[in-house]
Design a protein around this ligand. Structure first.
Ligand code: GLN
Length: 468
């Protein structure tokens, strides 16, 4: 069956459409591979396809645990939701099922999407298929590892501050965070509602365009969803003629692994060969992104996670009275990182501190969004390395939350600004994948995909060595 799984998702869809491959054969090949997964990437694997036909012709889809899937476990990587089966399916998953992508399985993730390594999952860490002793990145680590290992043709992740792009970079695949509002959040178990956005994790840029095109919708169940004004076209461009790439001069490169920096510089040269110009651009407030994000995201999380009280969902621990039942449930059900964020967020929102922390962080957020707006007056895209380092060892940063937070340095500013950004495989450093990030103005996904496609062809990265 290796041959079937050698196809990209778009190729597999074409093969089924042309009658060269049956959808059943395709599903079975992936179901067997997912069931035999050794990376702890899956928390559930489906037995039978739940849909067929459509534009996507039955190409199966791995879905991050935090998307609600009717009658199928949806736990957001948390013990507090262990075994929880929701009564409805998230809009984005439903859109894709209607388009003909059956659910292949649910993938492991950091608890409530809080993390950059997948080590915060209540169901154990995921291993990186490039090196089993290393993390796959996070929080969509299971989705990224599954796609990189070839046990899924493609997968859904979510990105709040980098959780699609950073694991994509660390696993040598493509990850795209759409414009905030392009995709419905209905049925996504919320982390930080003003930042959360679902997006594709795929083997190549074409697959990302194909999947994203079927995800977007304006959904009456999510008032912040706006859908898209235009169709997402499949990318074809092999040139970057006239494209201006902005290299931010005020994001620090201190702490960036030398091999990651070399790969970044190499790709900027390639881009010039393809006709692009490299310009210096200014994002004077982006350096404060991490500080603002780690106030705003925990603040929203502390409010969103208040609903897990032992009454309505999942785990309930016994206590004497109602209050002690709440306390025991939350004590037993949440992991250490989640508790840390709830405490940080509750503190930042408490009376007397609200303006000093949350209010100021929101002002920084506005300044960062304005930085990008001004930068895009002079350049088409802002380009950075996706993550400062390649995949680190499991356990290496576990006791150092601040070092872990710094992994989001290059991805958080775009999240705060609500703009789309993609990470594409950018060659190896020390034998491990690195990522190249392109960010553009709101709703520039088609242009980002086009430019990313041209770069992808020029970089010529071959991720097949991890797919067995
Ligand atoms: N690593 C970041 C965090 O822990 C981003 C997570 C995400 O995008 N879901 O908050």
């Amino acid at each position: 069956m290796t041959q079937v799984r050698d196809l990209t998702a778009a190729q597999a869809a074409d093969a089924v459409r042309d009658g060269k491959l049956s959808a059943t054969e395709l599903f079975d090949a992936y179901r067997d591979a997912a069931a035999a997964d050794e990376l702890n990437a899956y928390l559930y694997v489906a037995e039978e396809p739940n849909v067929s036909g459509g534009d996507l012709h039955g190409v199966p889809l791995a879905v991050k645990d935090l998307f609600c899937t009717k009658g199928v476990i949806s736990q957001s990587g948390s013990k507090i939701l262990e075994g929880y089966k929701p009564p409805y399916t998230a809009t984005v998953v439903e859109n894709l099922e209607k388009a003909g992508a059956p659910l292949l399985g649910k993938t492991n993730q950091d608890e409530f999407a809080m993390g950059s390594s997948n080590e915060n999952s209540a169901f154990g860490p995921v291993q990186n298929p490039w090196d089993r002793e290393r993390v796959p990145g996070g929080s969509s680590g299971g989705s990224a590892a599954a796609v990189a290992a070839g046990t899924a043709p493609w997968a859904l992740g979510t990105d709040t501050g980098g959780s699609i792009r950073q694991p994509a970079a660390m696993c040598g695949i493509v990850g795209l965070k759409p414009t905030y509002g392009a995709v419905s959040r209905f049925g996504m178990i919320a982390f930080a509602s003003s930042l959360d956005q679902a997006g594709p994790l795929t083997r190549d840029v074409t697959d990302a365009a194909l999947l994203l095109g079927h995800m977007v919708s304006k959904d009456p169940c999510d008032a912040t969803s706006i859908g898209r004004p235009d169709e997402i076209a499949l990318p074809r461009s092999h040139k970057l003629d006239g494209i201006r790439l902005g290299r931010p001069d005020d994001l620090s490169t201190e702490g960036v692994e030398p091999g990651v920096m070399e790969a970044y510089e190499r790709t900027l040269k390639l881009a010039e060969d393809l006709g692009a110009t490299i310009e210096t651009c200014h994002l004077p407030h982006a350096d404060h992104g991490i500080s603002a994000y780690y106030v705003i995201a925990p603040a929203e999380a502390s409010s969103n996670l208040a609903r897990f009280d032992g009454v309505r969902y999942g785990l309930r621990s016994n206590g004497g009275d109602l209050l002690s039942m709440y306390t025991h449930t939350r004590h037993d059900g949440f992991g250490a990182e989640v508790k840390r964020r709830i405490m940080l967020g509750t503190y930042a929102l408490s009376s007397g501190y609200y303006d000093a922390y949350y209010g100021r962080a929101q002002r920084v957020r506005t300044l960062i969004a304005t930085d990008f707006k001004q930068a895009f007056e002079n350049v088409d895209f802002v380009v950075t390395p996706t993550a400062p380092t390649t995949a680190f060892k499991i356990g290496e940063l576990a006791d150092d939350p601040l070092a872990m937070y710094l992994n989001d340095y290059f991805t958080v500013p775009m999240s705060l600004a609500g703009i789309p950004a993609i990470s594409i495989p950018n060659g190896l450093s020390d034998g491990r994948p690195t990522g190249f990030q392109l960010a553009g103005p709101a709703f520039s996904e088609s242009r980002i995909l086009d430019a990313a496609y041209a770069l992808e062809q020029a970089i010529g990265f071959d991720g097949s060595e991890t797919r067995k």
